[in-house]
Design a protein around this ligand. Structure first.
Ligand SMILES: [Zn+2]
Length: 188
């Protein structure tokens, strides 16, 4: 069950990432406070989440919760970094949802301190344009995707360990079987 506390910690994580010097967004710790001040968490079936100028609304009944794959807007859904991605659970979905809306929030709320090249992108953005995609890419590439991928990997290893335990197969033995099969395959 996702709560408002989970939303707050996801926002803090995203804002902390975006404050890093390398992104040149010039966000201060105050920017995080601002995000939390404007945050509204609500539960509305079919309601949408929204990030904009001094606006950050997260709907805990987002239709994507419960899905095993996050989808994005059509125009970049196929992109390897900022598009659709397989998820393990609703914590992953929340992180993606928050990263998406925080990107909008930053895109529209901090133009004044952005470097010129980003502010110009922001003014020409209708919504999911270049400024949004740049910020969202920072978050997806360096924070969100690595967490989701590591968790998926961990889950696969845990499932394998469980499978072996259930069948009382020693993990060393399993690796030896895999190895000998590989040797056989290589010799064919
Ligand atoms: Zn959006």
């Amino acid at each position: 069950m996702i709560t408002e506390r989970d939303v707050i910690s996801a926002i803090k994580m995203c804002m902390k990432e975006l404050r890093k010097k390398k992104y040149e967004l010039n966000l201060t710790p105050d920017a995080t406070k601002k995000a939390l001040r404007y945050l509204k968490v609500y539960n509305r079936t079919n309601g949408s989440s929204y990030g904009g100028f001094c606006l950050l609304k997260i709907n805990l009944k987002c239709w994507q919760f419960g899905n095993k794959r996050w989808s994005e807007y059509k125009r970049f859904n196929n992109n390897k970094v900022i598009g659709a991605i397989d998820v393990t659970d609703d914590d992953d979905i929340l992180l993606l949802l928050v990263a998406h809306e925080v990107s909008h929030f930053v895109q529209f709320s901090f133009r004044m301190q952005m470097p010129k090249y980003m502010a110009e992108k922001s003014y020409s953005d209708k919504g999911h344009g270049e400024c949004f995609q740049t910020i969202y890419r920072y978050l997806r590439q360096n924070l969100v995707n690595p967490i989701i991928e590591a968790k998926a990997e961990y889950t696969r290893v845990a499932a394998l360990t469980q499978l072996l335990a259930d069948r009382e197969i020693d993990i060393g033995m399993a690796f030896n079987i895999a190895k000998s099969k590989r040797v056989l395959a290589d010799n064919v």
